[in-house]
Design a protein around this ligand. Sequence first.
Ligand code: A3P
Length: 342
Amino acid sequence: MNQNQTQEQNIVLQKQVQNLKKSLPKANFIGSTILKYQGFWCSEQQIKNVIAFQTQFHARDSDIFIASIPKTGSTWLKSLLFSIVNRTTKHTQNPLLVNHPQELVYSLETDVYGNAFAYPRPHHLDELPSPRLLSTHLPYASLPESIKVSNCRVLYIARNPLDTLVSLYYFSIGVMNKYFSKDLIKRFISMFYPIPSMDDFFEACCEEKIPFWPFFDHVIGYWKASLEEPNKVLFVKYEDMKEDATYELKKIAQFVGMPFTTQEENEGVIEEIIEMCSIKSMKQLEVNKNGVINELFEKKSYFRKGEVGDWTHHFTPPMIEKMKKLMDEKLQGTGLSFKLSP
Ligand code: A3P
């Protein structure tokens, strides 16, 4: 597509976004407006990127997508998938030593369509080597049609809602602190948007007014797709990866059509990848310690504790009861469940 065509497309997109913003239900999430679009909550700033992704992206049969709700372990899965796919590629230096995993597997709505009206795109999709490794937080039902009908593959990572919530809480307050410390005006604005307490956050969570939530609709959408089309969608749980990374890694490699050979297994390739991508190793790398992604997200904030069950330190018994009840209600009859402790 040339520059003129892109400009025309952008004018249409801009109008569509303006109209949508007027009509969609609104809510507040830690001081910024979120809109309910196609059944999920989306930040006001990101909606144009989401629509650009939905209308302009064309999937290839060879593409591999990582889909997730934020804070369910997608950075970990990005490093693992990248390592699986590139394990035989000859590099002078392992790219994970010099790139944050978020820079090796681009997020479609944040990086690729991050400035939906830009031309040429900052991360040009045609320049990515095949298989293209990409990620999204969109629910299954809202994915572009070409992803659903092509032979591409989707890896979905899910995590129990309590740990997801705790992780999102720490990540969000980090973002708020970073944003509000940027200049005087933002510091002034911050007086009207105090950092939320975990209790406030929990309430927002029970109402599911969080970007890319409702949580259970998201998870169940991909869960059902994985049952209906097991060769297209693989459903992975964070807790299972923590429990038996070797088993999960083999499953993922098989799913993406690059199974480990017996020789690789005997040579310890799986263990090497697991060690390289462990949170301990990732945290120690200089490239993951400093700097920001998309001007706002501290690279180090993607690696916090990396545990199952951190929620036990954060919620009162009534809060836990409420969430467990919600979880039982929503997951009833789906065959899906989450492990809550190690
Ligand atoms: P915690 O905040 O509970 O520690 P996402 O990558 O989807 O944003 O999810 C972030 C969560 O995954 C954070 O959880 C982070 O610490 C955890 N994480 C990141 N890298 C990890 C790794 N290599 N192993 C295990 N967990 C990891």
